[in-house]
Design a protein around this ligand. Structure first.
Ligand code: ATP
Ligand code: MG
Ligand code: MG
Length: 554
């Protein structure tokens, strides 16, 4: 691949290196909160951070930002770990903000002793009222000048579980008139009588994000702490908290921001995705319609396709929406190279070759992947009765219809040229059978003059007697709107596409009999499909990863 130019984060790092920052001190982290499964937006952050690790040969930590026990679970920790691994990245240390609870507590006590933090015993409403507005300064809390002794005592009692939720908080004593509202005495700790998935009931005071994040970066010696743009106003506070603890000779982390990535026709927010699961709109976090990493994996996406997508869109300074067709382009491109071709019929109609002897069968040779000569060949059974796709036949059609019509000819893929002679219909006028004749000398690859004869269309097919039925799940966009969660005065749930899943029984060539969950195929002329984890021996279930072409009607 051609070397790409540096992105703006890499420019920042290069400048730091030029100014004398040691390359050996570079360290990055990916810091998910385990309150849901990772989604395609996280893939951008993962590829950015781990990509920097690879570029600079620097370690990257996987840091669980687990400071809110009411929303976090072990299940999410495990899902996050396996998703990052599946994407193909290796972290240096696996870290948890909860491992720093004791250190953070000690630093908080230090701030109290230095007169830089105090216990506020007002309601959250009262505190909100005193915050002021961006143009007017806030009002001091009546508790702002509590004595150090009283603050220490109350903080100790909060930690010991003597106070209920909402009774007291610890606040940093910064500046109630600061132009940056986040600097107006931000909360550092709140009381939460909730067990934590790792520390259990050890703590009933939990540190807030701002107090935790920078200090965790510092503890881990992270050099460049990359986060999304909404944290830009937090940078000042991040630095203020670091100023309180950073010692000379140690790496001082630097927060830098990049734009969140949104994908069209879906939502990339764990909270909203959880709502889809909880309301039963999708079956699970890894439902193949979900924009989660696990959903995409189950859908048949490859790690390479997601990494290539993330690298192509790169990182930006402004938020925007990336069209989902770009993601689909990347998976198509990769699967085109690696997916074996097979024949399957999704919407079958029977075709009888009247001049092919009854009871006879033969095995035709088929190429597994024209893009990969090493993929070899296989044999597919051919017989008198076949299935083809219903819409590959019309009684009458104009000259642009290159499929089968009465009196017309097509080639059966890997097989013979056939001619449609007649068809049978039911009382409603639906075609139930097509009768054809074949040219026995026209077999593909036989080298005869007839085999080289050009006909306009080639159809895929399966032999009725040999085909295996399988469940095929056809997916459509989960939302009918391009930006479901960015429409003024409307809830994203209003834009759910009610037809995002269609299940059909298809007929598949018998070479797939022993195929296993996760295996990916191209169903010729139809698209890319993989075997779903719901599959059982003798009852295959396929997901359509993506159709062969971008057929989404704009
Ligand atoms: P969500 O709203 O889905 O919960 P989050 O930002 O709260 O997202 P975190 O678990 O905190 O989720 O995310 C871990 C890292 O991934 C953070 O650095 C965050 O900024 C980044 N990230 C999250 N969503 C996106 C996105 N859509 N595009 C790029 N980076 C993202
Ligand atoms: Mg977050
Ligand atoms: Mg979040």
């Amino acid at each position: 691949d051609a070397p790409r130019s540096l992105n703006f984060i890499e420019h920042i790092i290069e400048e730091d290196l030029e100014k004398g920052f040691s390359k050996n001190d570079l360290r990055f982290r990916f810091p998910p909160e385990p309150n849901g499964y990772l989604h395609i937006g996280h893939a951008s952050s993962i590829c950015l951070n781990f990509g920097l690790g690879l570029r600079y040969d620097a370690p990257v930590n996987l840091r669980f930002d687990d400071t809110n026990p009411s929303k976090e679970e072990k299940e999410y920790v495990e899902a996050i770990r396996s998703d990052v691994e599946w994407l193909g990245f290796q972290w240096d240390k696996e870290c948890y903000a909860s491992d720093y609870f004791q250190q953070l507590y000690e630093w908080a006590v230090m701030l109290i002793k230095e007169g830089k933090a105090y216990i506020d015993s007002q309601s959250s409403e009262a505190m909100a009222e005193q915050k002021g507005t961006p143009t007017e300064p806030g009002t001091d809390s009546p508790y702002r000048n509590r004595s150090v002794e009283e603050n220490l005592q109350l903080f100790e009692e909060m930690k010991a579980g003597k106070h209920g939720e909402g009774t007291h908080v610890l606040r940093a004593k910064i500046d109630m008139a600061a132009t940056n509202m986040l600097m107006r005495d931000p909360i550092m700790y709140r009381v939460l009588h909730k067990p934590h998935h790792r520390t259990n009931t050890d703590w009933c005071i939990y540190p807030m994000y701002d107090w935790t994040h920078g200090e965790s970066d510092y503890i881990e010696s992270v050099s460049h702490s990359l986060c999304t743009l909404e944290f830009a106003p937090h940078r000042e506070l991040y630095n203020w908290f670091l100023d309180q603890v950073v010692e000379e000779g140690r790496v001082r982390p630097k927060q830098r921001e990049f734009a969140r990535r949104n994908l069209s026709h879906t939502v990339v927010s764990k909270r909203k995705l959880l709502e889809l699961v909880n309301r039963g709109i999708v079956k699970s976090w890894d439902d193949p319609r979900m924009p989660t990493i696990s959903g995409l994996r189950r859908r048949g996406y490859t790690p390479e396709s997601i990494r290539n997508f993330a690298d192509t869109i790169g990182i930006a300074k402004r938020e925007n929406v990336v069209d989902v067709s770009l993601l689909e382009f990347h998976v198509r491109e990769h699967l085109n190279q690696i997916a074996p071709r097979v024949m399957a019929v999704l919407d079958p109609v029977k075709l009888v070759i009247t001049n092919y002897p009854e009871g006879q069968e033969e095995w035709l040779t088929a190429e597994n992947n024209p893009e990969d000569p090493g993929a070899g060949e296989r044999e597919v059974p051919f017989s008198r009765e076949l299935y083809i796709e219903k819409d590959d036949f019309k009684e009458e059609a104009n000259r642009k219809f290159f499929r089968l019509k009465l009196g017309g000819e097509v080639r059966l893929k890997n097989g013979y040229i056939i001619k449609a002679e007649s068809c049978t219909k039911d009382t409603d006028g639906n075609i139930t059978e097509i009768q054809c004749t074949y040219d026995p000398k026209s077999k593909s690859g036989s080298g005869t003059e007839e085999s080289l004869r050009k006909v306009k269309g080639t159809l895929h097919w399966v032999s009725v007697a040999h085909a295996i039925p399988a469940e095929v799940r056809l997916y459509d966009r989960l939302f009918s709107h391009e930006t479901p969660d960015a429409v003024k005065d409307r809830d994203f749930m209003e834009f759910i596409n009610p037809d995002s899943l269609k299940v059909v029984t298809a007929y598949i060539e018998p070479s797939l009999k022993g195929a296993e969950p996760g295996e990916r195929f191209q169903f010729q002329r139809l698209g890319y499909f993989n075997i779903d984890t719901d599959s059982k021996a003798g009852a295959l279930v396929f997901n359509r990863t993506v159709p062969l072409r971008d057929t989404w009607a704009k």
